[in-house]
Design a protein around this ligand. Structure first.
Ligand SMILES: [Fe+2]
Length: 133
C-alpha cells in the first residue's frame, strides 16, 4: 500500500463495487484485495453525522480514504470505480462503506440517518474536499 497512490482505471484486478460495502452485522468482512488499498486511519478524523432524509450526498471521490459506519436509518449508496463500473446498495446500521481514495461514492437516504465517518492518513499532495469526475 502506497498512501500517495490513488486508485485509477488500471486498478480493476479483483475489484467490484459491492466489495466496498460490507455488512459487518451479517458477519461479512472486508475483502483483502480492498484492505490492501487502504492507508492507516487518521484517528483524529472521527466524527458523527446525525442527519435528515433530505440530506443526500452527490457522487464524489477523495484523494484520501473515507469510511461511513452506518448507525441509523437506511440509505442507497452508489459506488463507482475509476473504470466506470458501478453499483447501488441498500446500507443499514451495522454496515461500513469503505470509500477507498479514487472510488466515487454518494448516497440517497430512505430515512433520517446517522453514521460515524473517518478518514485515512493523507498522502503528500492529497487534495482536500469532494472531487468530481
Ligand atoms: Fe466522501
Amino acid at each position: 500500500m502506497d498512501i500517495n497512490r490513488i486508485l485509477g482505471p488500471d486498478d480493476r484486478a479483483g475489484l467490484s463495487p459491492e466489495m466496498f460495502v460490507v455488512n459487518h452485522a451479517a458477519g461479512e468482512k472486508l475483502a483483502p484485495v480492498v484492505a490492501r488499498l487502504l492507508a492507516p486511519v487518521d484517528i483524529a478524523s472521527f466524527h458523527y453525522w446525525d442527519a435528515r432524509r433530505e440530506d443526500k450526498t452527490e457522487l464524489h471521490y477523495h484523494d484520501i480514504d473515507e469510511y461511513w459506519a452506518w448507525t441509523k436509518g437506511r440509505t442507497i449508496v452508489t459506488i463507482r470505480l475509476p473504470d466506470g463500473r458501478s453499483g447501488s446498495f441498500e446500507v443499514r446500521p451495522g454496515m461500513i462503506v469503505y470509500c477507498a481514495r479514487g472510488v466515487e461514492h454518494g448516497h440517497t437516504p430512505l430515512e433520517d440517518w446517522a453514521c460515524y465517518e473517518w478518514a485515512g492518513v493523507a498522502g503528500s499532495g492529497a487534495r482536500s474536499g469532494h472531487l468530481y469526475r
